[in-house]
Design a binder for this molecule. Structure first.
Ligand code: AMP
Length: 381
C-alpha cells in the first residue's frame, strides 16, 4: 500500500472543529485539504483549501469531491453509509464505511462490543413500551433510555428512576428505536484515544480522565489519576477494539470506571475526539496529525505527553453576557486558547477550548478552570 505524501490532497467528510484541527495539522505538513458538508464558512472550510457545500446524499457531488483527493477521512461519524460508499469508488476511505456503519448506531455498536467479549453496560433493544418494561426488569433501576440511532452529547437520553417513569421516557423516543441500559454509578469516566495504521500499527495516548456536565464533556485531564493496572487494561481493550473493528485512523474508546474498579466501554468514536484535544499542545504528535499519518500510511508519530495537561471546553453559554474576555485568558502564560471560528454562540454549542500545561495533572486542571472563569469575570463583578 503506497504512502500518500505531503503535497497530496486529503478529503474530510464533515466540517466542524475536528476537521478544522485536522486541516491545521495537515496544512502544516504541506498537504492540501478539501472538506465536504452541507454548510458554508464552516470551522473546517475556513482552514481548508476548498469547501464543497452539498448535502451528504448528493452522491454526484460526493463522487466529484472524492475524484479530487488521494484519500477521504471523516470528522463526523453520522455521515450516511451511502456517502462513504460513493466516495470509495474514487479514493480510499479511511476508516472504512463499515466502521462508520457499526459505530454510528448505538445498538449496532453495543452488539459489536458485547459479541466480541468487550465489557459493556448491560443493555436491551427497545421497540415498544412492553419491551421497555420487560427490559427494566432485567437491567434494574435506575436505567437510561437512549435512541438507538444518531445521537451525541447526551441528546436523546432519558434517565428512568422508577417504573412509573417508563411511559414518559418511551414517549420521548418519538417512535425511534431505543436502547435501555443500566445506570452506572461510576467512580469516574476515562477514555483512550488511539490510532491504527493500514498495516495494523498501533499507538495510544494513555488514559485521560473526563468530567461531563449536562452530558457534554467539560474537562479532560491527562494523565488520568488511575492505578497502573487500570491503565494497562484500558489500553489493552482499546487496542483490541481497534483491531476487531479494523479501523484505519484515530479512534476514541470511552469507559466508565466503576467503584469496584471495573472498566465498561460506554462509547466508540472512530475519529479524533474531544478528550484528545490536549494532544495538540501537550504531545509530540497530536491526535490530528496522527489521524493524518494513519490515513496516509505514514509511520505513526510519538504520542509522548510532554507535560501534564488539562482541557476545558468553551461552550456557547459563556457568550451569554457578551464576548468573553480573551485578554484575561491570555494572561495565563501556560494556557493555549483554541476557537473554532463559529459565529453563533448557542448554549451547549462547542465554540472552543483551553488547554493548560503544568507540572501535575491537578495543577493543570486548576489552571484551565481558572482561565475559563477569568473569561466571564467582568470588571466590578
Ligand atoms: P453517551 O452519549 O452515551 O456517551 O452519554 C453521555 C454521558 O451521559 C456519559 O458520558 C455519562 O456521563 C452519562 N451516561 C450515559 N450513559 C450512562 C449510564 N448508563 N450510566 C451513567 N451515566 C451515563
Amino acid at each position: 500500500m503506497k504512502a500518500i505524501l505531503p503535497g497530496s490532497t486529503v478529503g474530510v467528510l464533515g466540517s466542524g472543529q475536528l476537521g478544522r484541527m485536522f486541516a491545521i495539522a495537515a496544512r502544516r505538513m504541506g498537504y492540501r485539504v478539501h472538506t465536504f458538508s452541507p454548510d458554508s464558512d464552516t470551522p473546517t472550510g475556513q482552514v481548508a483549501d476548498r469547501e464543497f457545500e452539498h448535502p451528504y446524499d448528493d452522491l454526484d457531488a460526493v463522487r466529484e469531491f472524492a475524484r479530487g483527493v488521494e484519500v477521504v477521512t471523516f470528522e463526523f461519524e453520522n455521515v450516511p453509509t451511502e456517502t462513504a460508499e460513493a466516495a470509495a469508488q474514487f479514493a480510499p476511505v479511511r476508516p472504512s464505511g463499515s466502521v462508520l456503519h457499526t459505530t454510528q448506531h448505538r445498538l449496532r455498536e453495543k452488539t459489536f462490543l458485547s459479541s466480541h467479549g468487550f465489557p459493556v453496560t448491560p443493555f436491551r433493544h427497545v421497540r415498544s413500551l412492553p419491551d421497555l418494561t420487560a427490559a427494566l426488569a432485567e437491567t434494574g433501576l435506575p436505567a437510561v433510555l437512549k435512541t438507538a440511532g444518531f445521537g451525541y452529547d447526551g441528546k436523546g437520553q432519558t434517565r428512568i428512576d422508577s417504573e412509573e417513569e417508563a411511559p414518559a421516557a418511551f414517549e420521548a423516543l418519538r417512535g425511534r428505536e431505543g436502547v435501555v441500559e443500566a445506570f452506572v454509578d461510576f467512580e469516574r469516566e476515562v477514555s483512550v484515544v488511539a490510532a491504527r495504521g493500514p498495516g495494523g500499527e498501533f499507538a495510544h495516548y494513555g488514559v485521560v480522565e473526563n468530567t461531563h456536565s449536562r452530558h457534554i464533556l467539560d474537562l479532560s485531564v491527562a494523565p488520568a489519576r488511575v492505578a497502573e493496572a487500570v491503565e494497562r487494561e484500558a489500553v489493552g481493550i482499546a487496542r483490541a477494539v481497534l483491531e476487531e473493528l479494523g479501523v484505519v485512523g484515530v479512534t476514541c474508546v470511552e469507559f466508565f470506571l466503576t467503584r469496584s474498579g471495573k472498566l465498561l466501554v460506554n462509547e466508540l468514536a472512530p475519529r479524533p475526539h474531544n478528550s484528545g484535544h490536549h494532544t495538540f499542545d501537550a504531545c509530540v504528535t497530536s491526535q490530528f496529525e496522527q489521524q493524518l499519518r494513519a490515513v496516509c500510511n505514514l509511520p505513526l508519530g510519538s504520542t509522548e505527553l510532554l507535560r501534564p495537561a488539562a482541557m476545558a471546553n468553551l461552550l456557547g453559554d459563556l457568550w451569554q453576557e457578551g464576548e468573553p474576555d480573551w485578554r484575561a485568558a491570555a494572561a495565563f502564560p501556560n494556557v493555549k486558547l483554541h476557537l473554532y471560528g463559529k459565529t453563533d454562540a448557542r448554549p451547549g454549542r462547542k465554540m472552543g477550548h483551553l488547554t493548560a500545561l503544568a507540572a501535575t495533572p491537578e495543577e493543570a486542571a486548576r489552571c484551565a478552570l481558572a482561565a475559563r472563569r477569568a473569561l466571564t469575570r467582568r470588571a466590578g463583578g
